[in-house]
Structures are given as C-alpha cells and as structure tokens.
Design a binder for this molecule. Structure first.
Ligand SMILES: [Zn+2]
Length: 288
C-alpha cells in the first residue's frame, strides 16, 4: 500500500503545509485520514479526485482535520451524482450532526443542493454526466465509531483508541490500520499516552503529530499535554516503529536550524527511519 501526505501543517494557514490530511491506497480502496483545509487541493495534486475516494476516517472535529470534508463531499456528489457508491465516512461522536448541519435537508447547503436537484439547468448538467432524474439528495449517513469498534475492509482492518487531546469537548481518536502488506498508524492530535503506544506497536509507518520542541525541565512524573519531539522519538522507539513520519508541523519548528537540531536529537533516541513530513511525499508501506 502507499501513503501520500496531503497536509502536514496545523490550523495556521500555510501554502507550504496544508492542514491535516493523509491518503492511503490499498487494493482498490482509496482511504483518507482527516481532510483539513487544503488537503483536498493536495488530493487533486496527487492526481486523485473526490469520486475516487472510498473511505474517510476523521480523527476529531477540530476544523484543521475536517473542514475540507465539505469540499470532498460536495465535489463528490456534484461530479459523481448517483453513479458512484456513497463514500464510507467514519469518525467520532458528533460527526453525523456535523454532516447533517451541512448537507441535511435543514443544513447550510440545503438551498444549494435543492437548486442543483430542481433547476432545469442543473438537471441538464447532471444528465450530461450520466445521471438519471429525479436526482436524489446526497446520502449523509456516517458511522460514528466507539473505541471498541473494528472496521474491516478488503484485506484490511482498522482499530482505534480515544487519545488525549481536547476532551471532554471533542472525542479524539488515533488509528491503527492493519493490511496484509503492512501496518500504518496515525495519531490524530494525540498527547503522549499508552493508547497511542499500542496503536503504533510494530507499525511499519507511524504518522504522528509533533506539537513542539520538548520542554527540558518538564516534570517527568506528570503526563505531558502535548507531544514534543523527544517524547515522540521515545514512543516510536518503545513501540518498535520502523518508519516515523513527523507531521502537524508548526512554522516555528520548521526553521532550518531548529528542524535540523530536532531531527538530530530524535535520531539519538529513535534508530528507525525518520521522515520530517512534507506535503505530497509518498511512502510505500510493505510490498503492495
Ligand atoms: Zn486537534
């Protein structure tokens, strides 16, 4: 399978680093993990379109992880009509309400959707794309995940854990994706925790947020509320990760001198392959 980094940045707008988004291709499945602002632009740059996407997993409902779901959903419906199967969308509690508030009959886009369904000009466009009238309302059904859930696909399974971030306001998940040809783990915005260690155990590739440079005088007896670069390197080492991809990178960490220091310090702790993430970097996982 192949991983493409679509967005390695933060909520802060950046042309260099879009907000969170990752694309995993395995077999016939085209799977998104998070889709923050700009990630959809990168998806197009990676030569995929909205209608190619089969699954989307959302870690949490911070806008920098989900705002381009709006673009993905609308583009997919607009271009695909009823000719493509509904995309399977998974995420935390609250995701169904998020979708319905955009695309439901009372949602923010309801007048637009109604116009595209009812207006003769739009109907003509729809038919020219192979659609059959009457045009159906888009399907907004999603699967809200619980920690104990297992999602299975063609040759893969996904497990998850509630990882510490901004609870109780948002439920925040980290994911472990196991396929026949490898294991991919994704932290969402996790702070250091045991659960993330389990999700990352022996992973071929772990994509993990690096929130800051580690604080040297932090009290080691207290759990850190954000993942610094050394905590991240220790996590990857202790979990037996083969390739660690540092992501969710803020501009202050990305200055060349600071970046090189952080990478060198991480390399003293973690002996596997270390990748300082960049948008549109592709990483092969396993044989396929
Ligand atoms: Zn977040």
């Amino acid at each position: 399978m192949k991983l493409t980094l679509l967005g390695t940045g933060t909520p802060v707008p950046s042309l260099k680093r879009m907000s969170s988004g990752y694309l995993l291709c395995t077999g016939d499945d085209v799977i998104l993990f998070d889709h923050g602002p700009g990630a959809h632009h990168r998806l197009l740059e990676a030569e995929f379109s909205a209608t190619d996407v089969t699954h989307a997993f959302i870690s949490h409902l911070h806008f920098d992880h989900c705002a381009d779901m709006i673009r993905l959903f609308l583009n997919r419906w607009d271009m695909g009509g009823d000719m493509v199967a509904p995309m399977k969308i998974f995420g935390p509690p609250g995701l169904q309400q998020f979708m319905d508030r955009q695309f439901g009959p009372e949602g923010a886009f309801a007048p637009d959707l109604t116009a595209r369904i009812e207006h003769p000009m739009s109907q003509e466009m729809y038919e020219s794309r192979g659609g059959t009238l009457p045009r159906p309302w888009p399907v907004t059904a999603v699967t809200e995940l619980r920690e104990s859930d297992v999602v299975e696909g063609d040759g893969w399974r996904l497990t998850l854990a509630n990882v510490p971030h901004v609870q109780p306001y948002l439920t925040c998940y980290g994911f472990r994706f196991e396929a026949t040809d490898g294991v991919f783990s994704y932290s969402g915005d996790s702070a250091p925790c045991k659960a993330m260690h389990e999700l990352a155990r022996d992973a071929d590739v772990l994509v993990h947020i690096c929130s800051r440079a580690s604080v040297e005088d932090a009290d080691p007896s207290k759990p850190a509320d954000r993942t610094g670069h050394k905590e991240l390197a220790r996590l990857a080492r202790d979990a037996g990760v083969k390739t660690l991809v540092v992501s969710h990178i803020q501009a202050t960490l990305d200055r060349e001198d600071i970046r090189e220091r952080l990478i060198a310090e991480m390399g003293e702790i973690f002996e596997g392959t270390l990748i300082w993430g960049q948008d549109l970097v592709e990483i092969d996982i396993g044989e396929g």
